[in-house]
Write a protein that binds this ligand. Structure first.
Ligand code: NAD
Length: 468
């Protein structure tokens, strides 16, 4: 062990336990409960963001070579919006909701009182490291909890910046960041939390849920999956192609949870769709997309190797109809289209999470519904069509976390829609008020007085009472 290693501060289960104890004391003091504290912390998050826009852009440039435009729109812009929505709605969200009571309890009144859960843990992923960390944190704060954030080690510049900025701007008696990888996360997961909010892949989702079960801790799991795009023939093809490209390569070069994973279209229509995608891709990223500054790189060599393997699979040899170029030294893979890949190929077995887009063909577009339903439930499903009947069938029969007709990805920005998965793509939702709800307990409260105390409920339980 080098002297550097021996100087490293170890964050183990003991440290984690002390951290949780500290936060429990702060939570127990009632500090996080007031409207004023919650607002002050959301405003602090907003200020953190406004003051440090360039640093955030730079961190993502270092972690992913992400084009600044994407960081400004999908990371900074969306988070600013979350802060504003929360500041606008919070007073109302915190109010108890009066509800009707039953004749059995007459006279009485009742309300649902949202209360904070306590001390919560947010574990986030690398692909949108600021949004995926701070959007759950804002929900935790708005709901009046103390919170620990564990950002992803796979985006180290972003993780370090998050730790630094939250340390500087936030109330650290109640809001803390723990950086680290598997060891640190495992130490955190051994503790008793009042909620765990995890974003990442399903394998680790299972680890999180198992750890949570030990303490009966509820979880939100924001996972992924193979999100399909169905393209019917009666569409504005140019617009459809642009919107597919924007959701696929315009979001982290395919490394996004709701990125289109594969396309389903009819045999007859596929050549037209491929042509339209090629034309628009070239307009967006030029003849040499490996050099384009408008595309992120692959996050690291592990993921680069994983994606390369999908292309090297014998079952997809000869199926590339556009792209396929890669540059390992720069961790870059060009936007790649594959046509008519076999359904048992590697690329169709797991979420791709990268710039490869396979196209599956069917005889009739309606077949896409059974095809999607034969796999695990995706995080998002997309349909391009002007056919109302097909739209209705799709909305009714396709089960997915979210569903979007005639566009991709943008349901994410609508804060009045819950964002989350179903089945293997996750459980629980957030965004806007749903984030507040995710970190609140809805306490049922019934108020009675001493009048109206009918004898019927009390023993002796006579036959007469039974017949009333
Ligand atoms: P990742 O590698 O950053 O892992 C996520 C978190 O899990 C990290 O904080 C990491 O430290 C922790 N972790 C990793 N291994 C662990 C272990 N053995 N024990 C405990 N903790 C561990 O991210 P990832 O999993 O590569 O993220 C990509 C996946 O996440 C994709 O499937 C994607 O679809 C999904 N995702 C979902 C959403 C969503 O909102 N639903 C958003 C982004 C990504």
């Amino acid at each position: 062990m080098s002297s550097e290693d021996s100087k490293k501060v170890v964050f183990d289960a003991e440290e984690a336990s002390l951290l949780v104890k500290d936060l429990r004391e702060s939570f127990g003091s009632g500090r996080t409960r007031s409207y004023e504290w919650r607002v002050s912390q959301v405003k602090a998050l907003l200020k953190l963001l406004v003051d440090n826009e360039q640093k955030i852009i730079d961190a993502l440039s270092s972690d992913l070579a992400r084009p600044p435009f994407e960081t400004v729109v999908y990371e900074i812009g969306m988070f600013k919006n979350s802060c504003e929505v929360t500041l606008k709605g919070l007073k109302q969200w915190m109010k108890p909701e009066k509800v009707k009571t039953s004749i059995t309890t007459f006279p009485s009144s009742a309300e649902i009182v949202p209360e904070p859960l306590g001390v919560v843990l947010v574990i986030s992923a690398w692909n949108y490291p600021f949004l995926l960390s701070l959007d759950p944190v804002i929900g935790a704060i708005a709901a009046g909890n103390a919170v620990v954030l564990k950002p992803s080690e796979i985006a180290p510049a972003s993780s370090a910046l998050l730790a630094k900025l939250l340390g500087e701007y936030m109330d650290n008696s109640c809001i803390r960041v723990v950086e680290g990888a598997v060891d640190e996360t495992s130490a955190l997961l051994q503790q008793k939390w009042d909620k765990i909010f995890y974003t990442g892949n399903g394998r680790v989702g299972r680890i999180v849920m198992t750890a949570a079960a030990k303490h009966l801790t509820p979880v939100v799991l924001e996972l992924g999956g193979k999100s399909p795009v169905v393209v019917d023939s009666d569409v504005n093809l140019e617009v459809a192609a642009r919107r597919i490209i924007s959701g696929k390569w315009g979001c982290n070069n395919g490394q996004a949870c709701i990125s289109p994973d594969y396309v389903i279209t009819t045999k007859d229509f596929a050549p037209k769709l491929v042509d339209a995608l090629k034309t628009e891709l070239e307009k967006f990223y030029g003849k040499n997309p490996l050099e384009s500054e408008d595309l992120s790189r692959i996050v690291n060599s592990n993921h680069f190797g994983r994606l390369t393997k999908l292309l090297d699979d014998d079952k997809v040899s000869g199926k590339i109809v556009y792209g396929g170029e890669k540059d390992e030294s720069k961790l870059r893979i060009a936007p790649t289209l594959l046509l008519d890949v076999p359904r048992d190929s590697l690329i169709m077995s797991d979420e791709i999470f990268g710039p490869l887009l396979p196209i599956i063909t069917v005889n009739k577009v309606e077949e896409s519904i059974d095809l999607i339903n034969s796999g695990t439930k995706p995080l998002a499903a997309y349909l391009f069509t002007t056919n109302k009947k097909l739209t209705e069938q799709f909305v009714t029969n396709v089960s997915s976390g979210g569903l979007l007709v005639n566009d991709t990805v943008l349901h994410l920005v609508v804060h009045t829609l819950p964002f989350g998965g179903v089945g293997e793509s996750g459980m629980g939702g957030y965004h806007g008020k749903f984030s507040f709800d995710a970190f609140s307990h809805k306490k049922a409260v019934l108020y009675r007085s001493f009048i109206g105390d009918g004898a019927i409920r009390y023993p002796p339980y006579t036959d007469t009472k039974l017949r009333v």
